[in-house]
Write a protein that binds this ligand. Sequence first.
Ligand code: FE2
Length: 287
Amino acid sequence: MAQAELTLPEGAAADWTVPQDWASYTTGEHAMWDRLFERQAAMLPGRVVPEFMEGLDILRMTKPGIPDFAELSERLMRATGWQVVAVPGLVPDRVFFEHLANRRFVAGRFIRKPEQIDYLQEPDVFHDVFGHVPLLTHPAFADYMQAYGEGGMRADHMGAIDHLARLYWYTVEFGLMRREGRMQLYGAGIVSSYGESVFALDDASPNRIGFDLKRLMRTQYRIDDYQQSYFVIDSFEDLLRKTSDVDFGPIYHELEGSTDLAPDAVAPEDRVYHRGTQAYARAKMAC
Ligand SMILES: [Fe+2]
């Protein structure tokens, strides 16, 4: 994940990377990974796209303990030419984009504490590695992530980062896919969360709306709770096509003159798979 204003932490390289220092993880930290992994691995089959489970397999991520990024990178490099590099925490947008554009995924090295098992603000190694890395073994998704980084570097020059960030949010972090009438998860923010893995697919509360690039870039999002809308792609190949064969410049220009849509909005032109009751969000607001 990225953020605009940050200063380079002490000990980090100019590209913000740090050694993972795998040998320094404690038994308790490895046990926390195993606990999170077992819970998600038992629940996800059938809910998550099969490409995710295949990725776990290709990367041998069923091996207990926090993965060693060097081993992971070696397997990932063989599959799609990607690597995983460690960073101390959030990194500036331009650093994040440049890593992605060069097929390097930046991952936090710390793991959450037991009291944070279901919620933490900053992405940890479980979110970053379990959530994001398996799909990087899929060629079209791997290309999409690189194209996103390249698009980010261009958006940075055009002052359009906020609009582009919504694309990442509603695909890479919170995307759903529908194939042969079956809705499944693929976004890392969902698949690394026990609660949202159920909510995003089964709950009547959120909207589930067909992917439309411009619509999605107009839509605000929630960072503090489950999403009020999810956007649904047909395939990774389709997502790649709908974003890489597009000139974003005129879209950003058009978006400057349009109003944002609220996280729970349903627009008349939407391809609606499920119109949410928003009961969950309303109950939360009433608290
Ligand atoms: Fe993430």
